[in-house]
Design a protein. Structure first.
Length: 106
């Protein structure tokens, strides 16, 4: 059986594995956040754009927490996602007009 010493795995510590995992999670969160940010711009439905904006803000909060800025992450969740995001969704849902309608109805 091949020992860890022969393939050089004894030098890989838990810190290196943890750092690699943290970088992978950071990259995944960054890609997801950029995806939702682009979707906010190209979405045709305003409600879906609002939901994508909330997901983008959640991704930014997750990145703050990964960067050891927990206070900014919690404030991002409470203020932007909890208040501004819900306010935008309520405003969009309450003011959405029907397209079309009866001809001559102005």
């Amino acid at each position: 059986m091949i020992g860890l010493e022969t393939i050089g795995l004894e030098t890989i510590g838990l810190e290196a594995i943890g750092t690699a995992l943290e970088m992978a999670v950071f990259g995944l969160l960054a890609v997801v956040t950029v995806f939702f940010a682009i979707y906010v711009v190209i979405a045709r439905d305003v409600v879906r754009a609002g939901l994508a904006l909330i997901m983008c803000m959640f991704g930014v909060a997750s990145l703050y927490i990964l960067l050891n800025a927990q206070f900014l992450g919690v404030i991002q969740v409470l203020v932007y996602i909890g208040a501004i995001g819900v306010l935008i969704l309520f405003a969009v849902m309450l003011t959405k007009k029907e397209l079309g309608g009866e001809p001559g109805e102005d």
